[in-house]
Design a protein around this ligand. Structure first.
Ligand code: AP5
Ligand code: MG
Length: 221
């Protein structure tokens, strides 16, 4: 089976992490979520974490050179197809990624763009809760845990991400519009952009992404 390499692009709260988790399992891909890697580094207090924390707390982007170094290092450990969730996020990162992949003769097959209106994003992120242990993501409105604010798998109390405060959500939306949205055009020009509506329930969104992957990649069916 041909190796499948994907990028998940979209505003904060579009469901990139939720869908990347499901699609990675179904298509046997490695999910590389830069946000998760950075949050782990912050929790462990590594030099990367100490550097990243100040940006993440404010809803700003971690500098491009740091992110490119991190992704290059991580990609070298991946042996199968992958999903990049939350990377690239600036034109500089996209160009840097192109070079990293070219040097390794790796191609991206699809850039899946999840589109969700701002009001829905704010509603989703305000209700998001995450497990600090296994990183499972819940939503008090659309996907609540079975027992009051505890992880279904680990039983530990769920937490709210520090950057899911209303003012930081707004900042992340602004940053997305200014710094990340130009990537839509960038990948459209390269014939890689696949737009998927992120507004249905998670199963409907997964189905729409699978349609894209199966139509263009029948060998993965
Ligand atoms: P990151 O962790 O990537 O955050 P983000 O892009 O803001 O996206 P989110 O994780 O908030 O949303 P998501 O699209 O994954 O949605 P989710 O599936 O969780 O980055 C965090 C920070 O790290 C950045 O601000 C930056 O500082 C730094 N960083 C990371 N990458 C970087 C990079 N490349 N360069 C520089 N800095 C970087 O879903 C959201 C909620 O909605 C959940 O509760 C979920 O259960 C629910 N939900 C999901 N799908 C649906 C649905 N279909 N219907 C209803 N509810 C749904
Ligand atoms: Mg995410």
């Amino acid at each position: 089976m041909a190796r499948l390499n994907l990028i998940f692009l979209g505003p904060p709260g579009a469901g990139k992490g939720t869908q990347a988790e499901i699609i990675a399992k179904r298509f046997h891909l490695t999910k590389l979520s830069t946000g998760d890697i950075l949050r782990d580094a912050v929790r462990q207090g590594t030099p990367l974490g100490r550097q990243a924390q100040q940006y993440m707390e404010k809803g700003e982007l971690v500098p491009d050179d740091v992110m490119l170094g991190l992704v290059e290092e991580t990609l070298d450990t991946v042996k199968e197809g992958f999903i990049l969730d939350g990377f690239p996020r600036t034109l500089q990162q996209a160009k840097g990624l192109e070079k990293i992949l070219k040097d390794r003769q790796i191609t991206i097959h699809h850039v899946i763009l999840l589109q969700v209106p701002d009001e829905e994003i704010i509603r989703r992120l305000s209700a998001r809760r995450v497990c600090p242990q296994c990183k499972a993501t819940y939503n008090l409105l659309s996907h609540p845990p079975k027992e009051d604010e505890r992880c279904d798998h680990c039983g530990v109390p769920l937490i709210t991400r520090p950057d899911d405060k209303p003012e930081t959500i707004q900042k992340r939306l602004d940053v997305y519009r200014k710094q990340t949205a130009p990537l839509i055009e960038y990948y459209k020009e390269r014939g890689l952009l696949r737009e998927v509506s992120g507004t249905g329930n998670p199963e409907a969104v997964t189905y729409a992404i699978e349609q894209v992957l199966r139509n263009d990649h029948p060998q993965n069916g």
